[in-house]
Write a protein that binds this ligand. Structure first.
Ligand code: PNS
Length: 167
């Protein structure tokens, strides 16, 4: 018998964008439980703008309307986290062909390390194909309010606060 599938959507989410939200809401219609798993960088010097606590808070706020979504941090290899949490599907979003090569490599490596785990790709809507966390951060760093069209309100508020604090 097929068990209800536990899906994990891993990422840096620094911060979550409308592209991620689109992939997540599509996944919520396919899987009974979806965990947003935020990579906790073990190194002291993080390349991320937001701390792990800030990212978790943004994610919880941005997903509070989605009842089958959980938000967690994970460290170490994703395949080990999948085993520990008995999750069998890794969800990744694809925006454009340029994402594919990198994603294919990771999916094959993860399959080699844990053949019981399947990577499932969900295409983000075309309107988000050009949106990335790094571009959004760059635009926000110049004080532009345009990012409110690209990220959920929780991310936009956190970005405005962060860049105001950094000034
Ligand atoms: O949002 P990102 O930065 O593209 O997410 C990348 C992420 C977190 C999914 C990936 O780096 C990852 O799974 N890291 C955990 C360490 C790991 O398992 N690496 C093996 C992949 S080959």
């Amino acid at each position: 018998m097929i068990q209800p599938i536990k899906a994990v959507f891993p990422g840096s989410f620094d911060p979550i964008t409308n592209g991620h939200m689109d992939v997540l809401s599509r996944a919520c219609k396919l899987f009974p439980e979806v965990t947003l798993a935020v990579l906790q960088n073990p190194r002291k010097v993080s390349k991320h703008l937001f701390t792990i606590e800030e990212r978790l808070e943004i994610l919880r706020k941005a997903t509070e309307h989605l009842p089958n979504v959980r938000v967690e941090a994970f460290g170490g290899l994703l395949v080990d986290y999948m085993r520990e949490t008995k999750a069998t599907v890794i969800l990744r979003g694809l925006r454009a062909v340029s994402d594919y090569e990198y994603e294919l490599q990771i999916a094959h490596l993860n399959r080699q390390m844990n053949p019981d785990v399947e990577t499932v790709f969900i295409m983000a809507a075309t309107r988000w194909s050009y949106v990335s966390s790094s571009m959004v951060k760059e635009i926000a760093s110049y004080g532009s309010k345009e990012i409110t069209k690209m990220v959920p309100p929780a991310s936009a508020e956190a970005l405005f606060r962060k860049f105001a604090d950094l000034q």
